[in-house]
Design a protein around this ligand. Structure first.
Ligand code: PXP
Length: 238
């Protein structure tokens, strides 16, 4: 199972004071050094954390594939086309939200998603779609011609009772097994931490996890290298 480390929250800390540090570019280099497989960064329309300069430099220096999370906004799509990251993951985006609140609705947003995929694949970018663990969304991803999906683990991560935790876990398991039958490369992420990851790594078929907030938070205490090593240790399926 591969690990993508999301460095958005390093930029959040920098933007809070308008300083030049901490630098997500340095974090990306250290993350790669710690053994992660890719770097994830979300260039939001409001630029609240990651800036253009960050992803340009991460792509140049981190020596790890860059997975650019992005909306279908025309200006962002045009930037991504020029940047040509290894991969783009399309996500929904709302200005008011604290973080991505759900998966992208591929049925409601079919035309915008299709247009973005067409533009980005033309320059050789691998495409992934961040969706909820719902069969009709997985089918819609197939119809859009992509090979990679990222299952939103947000509801599972936020579950407040054992009952809803079990329900959300079941939905993820069913979605992964359905997606594998359709030959998708299956990633998952959102809200995963050092505790809840233990149930997710047991799910056969998930090939990559993208994790940000919990790793960057732990880095404050132990440093990013140790925080990533600890997470990678939990990846070993028991
Ligand atoms: N995957 C996607 C598609 C996301 O939008 C995010 C949050 O930016 C993550 C993974 C990482 O989520 P978290 O920061 O909660 O680990």
């Amino acid at each position: 199972m591969k690990l993508g480390v999301n460095v958005d929250h390093v930029a959040t800390l920098r933007q809070a004071r308008g300083t030049s540090y901490p630098d997500p570019v340095v974090a990306a280099m250290l993350a790669r050094h710690s053994g992660c497989d890719s770097i994830v960064a979300h260039l939001r329309e409001d630029r609240r954390h990651i800036q253009e300069r960050d992803v340009i430099l991460i792509k140049e220096t981190a020596k790890a594939p860059l997975n650019l999370e992005m909306s279908t906004n025309k200006e962002i799509v045009a930037f991504a086309k020029d940047l040509a990251p290894y991969q783009s993951t399309l996500v929904p985006e709302k200005r008011q939200e604290l973080t991505t609140e759900g998966g992208l609705d591929l049925i409601k947003n079919h035309n915008k998603v299709k247009a973005s995929i067409n533009k980005l694949t033309k320059v050789g970018i691998r495409m992934s779609l961040f969706i909820d663990p719902v069969k009709k969304q997985i089918k819609a991803a197939k119809d859009l011609g992509v090979d990679i999906i990222e299952i939103n683990t947000g509801k599972f991560s936020e579950a407040k009772s054992q009952f809803s935790l079990a329900k959300e876990l079941r939905k993820i398991k069913e979605a992964v097994s359905f997606a594998k039958k359709m030959n998708f490369f299956v990633a998952a992420g959102h809200g995963l931490d050092y505790e809840n990851i233990k149930q997710i790594v047991k799910i056969e078929g998930i090939e990559e996890l993208n994790i940000g907030h919990s790793i960057i938070c732990r880095s404050v205490y132990v440093g990013i290298v140790s925080a990533i090593e600890e997470m990678l240790n939990l990846f070993k399926r028991k």
